[in-house]
Design a protein around this ligand. Structure first.
Ligand SMILES: [Cu+2]
Length: 187
């Protein structure tokens, strides 16, 4: 019950207070914001879906989706949101797991000066864990939680979030953590 209340509070907080700067972080002594713009996932056979898609493992290989997202970074307080591409900042898919085996995952990166950094070819496979997009550098480990998989219903998405609540406590020195819900919540 406590976890449920905490979860709902976190969602509401992220919808309002963080609207201007969905993911605040500091890099190279600059206060920056990041946001995720999900794109249609790539699939060779099967129906088209928006990213993020959680690959639930059956029937393989037909329902394996490769998720795709634009990551946009700008300076806090810049209402124009002029895109920045900080040198030395790594943008990496990441998973925290129940068994403590936290790990990076592959993404193919493309830079577009008008759209940001695109991460594609991301294979979010279902495990006993929680997927993130992380911003990494020396002294920085900012985790953006992935919410609302397009192929899961509310109850299944909630179950995935429970892994986030449980698995993240022993993640490597996170400076903070935010949600990538982007107003897609159903309440
Ligand atoms: Cu994993």
């Amino acid at each position: 019950m406590f976890i449920t209340i905490l979860f709902i509070f976190t969602l509401n907080f992220s919808n309002t207070a963080n609207a201007q700067c969905p993911n605040a972080f500091t890099f190279d002594e600059k206060n920056l914001c990041a946001d995720l713009k999900w794109e249609a996932a790539e699939v060779q056979i099967g129906e088209e879906l928006m990213s993020p898609v959680l690959n639930i493992g059956s029937p393989l290989p037909f329902n394996t989706y490769l998720s795709k997202v634009w990551v946009q970074i700008w300076e806090q307080g810049d209402s124009q949101r002029v895109l920045l591409f900080p040198v030395g900042l790594r943008i990496v898919p990441y998973m925290t797991m129940l068994d403590g085996m936290h790990h990076d995952a592959f993404a193919s990166l493309t830079v577009d000066k008008d759209k940001g950094v695109e991460l594609s070819q991301m294979k979010f496979d279902m495990m006993e864990g929680c997927w993130y997009i992380t911003l990494q550098a020396e002294g920085l480990f900012h985790m953006i939680k992935i919410l609302n998989y397009s192929n899961l219903n509310d109850e299944e998405n909630f179950e995935q979030q429970m892994f986030c609540e449980i698995c993240t406590s022993n993640a490597p020195k996170p400076d903070n953590e935010t949600d990538s819900g982007q107003g897609q919540h159903n309440h």
